[in-house]
Design a binder for this molecule. Sequence first.
Ligand code: MN
Length: 137
Amino acid sequence: MEPRIIRAGDRETKIAPANNFVGQVLHESVFAPENPSRLRVSRVTFTPGGRTNWHTHAVGQILYVLSGSGRYQLEGHPVEEINAGDTVIIPPDARHWHGAAPDSMMCHLALSESDDQGNAAEWLEPVSDDDFTQEPA
Ligand code: MN
């Protein structure tokens, strides 16, 4: 882990892969794991209707909503609205998804750690439109 400042303009923004996301989603790596840290920090911007597939995190995940209004669902629980300033705590191995609202963008920081095998997420099936458009609790 080298001491340095990664300048704002030096990070690449990529389109999040269509096999793990629905809709237009932009991914910026804020920090990728460097030994001995296992922490990954990503800034993810979901355009309206954009969301992750269902997925799990081996060591859990923390989301911090930077702007906009979005949706989050833990399997077996109602869909929740999440807004700028909210922190979402997702336990290890819990099936869930997160994304924008149908009519609003949402940008969050995602913080997760890798397990001993270097895995931070396991990706599953897309979130159906029926699941996505449920009225939030
Ligand atoms: Mn997640």
